[in-house]
Design a binder for this molecule. Structure first.
Ligand code: SF4
Ligand code: SF4
Length: 133
């Protein structure tokens, strides 16, 4: 997994995408407080678009999806910490590199090939969630 950390730090023209937590996660919890979008949740915990964002009530996401920001959503994992792809901006707009990956002791926060987005799309998502940033 050291390979992925090297990609973050040394490849300028990498594709942008959300981050995913692999099943190598040891549930240490170090990543959760570092996320500027509150996109990381403990396994089995519900998540909400409104958590840690300026979103309230009915919203239409930049990807066209409609949602109630205050409604509790099903956990993506019941056993391991997980990242909500709709809330992860790869830390764009806040930090130079993904903070979860930077603190993870086992390097299990890796680029999510299932959710490839451009840097512009990630920044638009960040602005959508944080109106005053
Ligand atoms: Fe949160 Fe940044 Fe990790 Fe995405 S990359 S889950 S925004 S800390
Ligand atoms: Fe899992 Fe890494 Fe987060 Fe710890 S820092 S909970 S090992 S993803």
């Amino acid at each position: 997994m050291v390979f992925f950390r090297s990609v973050f730090k040394f490849t300028n023209k990498r594709r942008a995408m959300a981050i995913v937590i692999t099943d190598e996660c040891i549930n240490c919890g170090a990543c959760e407080p570092e996320c500027p979008n509150t996109a990381i949740y403990e396994g089995a915990d519900d998540w909400r678009y409104a958590d840690g964002t300026d979103l309230e009530g009915k919203v239409v996401l930049p990807n066209g999806k409609e949602a109630d920001a205050n409604e509790a959503q099903e956990p993506i994992s019941d056993e391991l910490y997980y990242i909500v792809p709709d809330k992860c901006t790869e830390c764009q707009g806040f930090h130079e590199e993904p903070q979860c990956a930077a603190v993870c002791p086992v390097d299990c926060c890796v680029p999510d090939d299932e959710h490839v987005e451009s840097e512009d799309e990630l920044l638009a998502k960040q602005r959508f969630m944080h109106h005053d940033e």
